[in-house]
Design a protein around this ligand. Structure first.
Ligand SMILES: [Zn+2]
Ligand SMILES: [Zn+2]
Length: 284
């Protein structure tokens, strides 16, 4: 319990230090061994993407001061959720909690691609014309809020332990920066690493302009859901250096990589043909 109290009280500090540490590491890797040439200067994208992250963090703290850990602590104090009802051993609840939360965001990600109104919100993540570690943290504030509410629901339903929630959030944050990074990894190493965790080459396929590639590799942490459920695609057709990143009908820099344009993206223009009922129209 002491351990849980420590984790709950220091959760923001734990997450911030993990974020900064991994950010620095991945930034160095991108500089030392870049995978692709950049289209835009790093300064433009980083300024806008990181400002959005700061905005989202403030928004979440204001709306949900207790955050996901608070919800987990509440569920534990009331004995709510499947893990409490079934008296699942703590260690098993931690492992299952992390796995099932990851599966839940995989399903959520698939739904954000399939349902046209949700795709409008999620396409801001995809509109980035380049793909680097800051892409991993850029999500529209509406998506951030919706994700948080869904996460609360999963935590309450399962009774996910506090430690599992913190572990999951740190893990997700770290893997998101890792698998969005413009870092080169030898193919042989990638092949082994992607059995355990989603690699940059695996997730980059998901950021291709090609609809069938965009609708593949939905995993953020673990690659298993895509492999098990049939949405796995190993490589992009045009190769990692030749492929085009982004959305095919949204290519204007002001819209894609400057904050005002990014924030307006859910409300502008047609929904396009990525979402489920737009696929067979053969138009952009
Ligand atoms: Zn996506
Ligand atoms: Zn992504």
């Amino acid at each position: 319990m002491e351990f849980q109290t420590f984790i709950t009280e220091n959760e923001p500090a734990i997450r911030l230090s993990a974020f900064l540490g991994i950010f620095a590491l991945m930034a160095l890797w991108e500089v030392a061994a870049p995978r692709r040439a950049r289209l835009l200067p790093r300064a433009v994208r980083w300024t806008n993407n990181i400002t959005l992250v700061v905005l989202n963090t403030i928004l979440l703290r204001l709306l949900f001061p207790a955050a996901a850990v608070g919800v987990a602590a509440f569920a534990a104090s009331r004995g709510w959720g499947v893990f409490h009802l079934w008296e699942v051993p703590w260690w098993l609840a931690v492992v299952a909690g992390v796995l099932l939360m990851d599966f839940a965001i995989w399903v959520q990600h698939v739904m954000f691609h399939a349902i046209p109104a949700l795709w409008r919100i999620h396409r801001m993540h995809h509109a980035d014309l380049d793909f680097d570690l800051t892409t991993g943290a850029r999500f529209h504030p509406i998506e951030i809020i919706l994700s948080m509410v869904i996460k609360f629901g999963v935590i309450l339903l399962l009774g996910v332990p506090v430690v599992a929630v913190v572990l999951f959030e740190v893990l997700l944050n770290a893997t998101a920066m890792f698998n969005h990074s413009n870092a080169r990894m030898p193919t042989a190493v990638d092949r082994v690493v992607r059995l355990l965790v989603v690699t940059p080459d695996m997730h980059r396929v998901h950021h291709s302009v090609e609809g069938d590639e965009t609708n593949s590799n939905f995993g953020f942490n673990f690659p298993w859901w895509d492999r098990l459920l049939g949405t796995y695609r190993a490589q992009p057709r045009a190769g990692h250096e030749g492929m085009t990143i982004g959305i095919h009908n949204i290519r204007d820099v002001r819209t894609c990589d400057y904050l005002p344009g990014m924030l307006a993206l859910p409300f502008r223009g047609p929904v396009g043909n990525y979402a489920i009922n737009g696929r067979f129209k053969g138009e952009a």
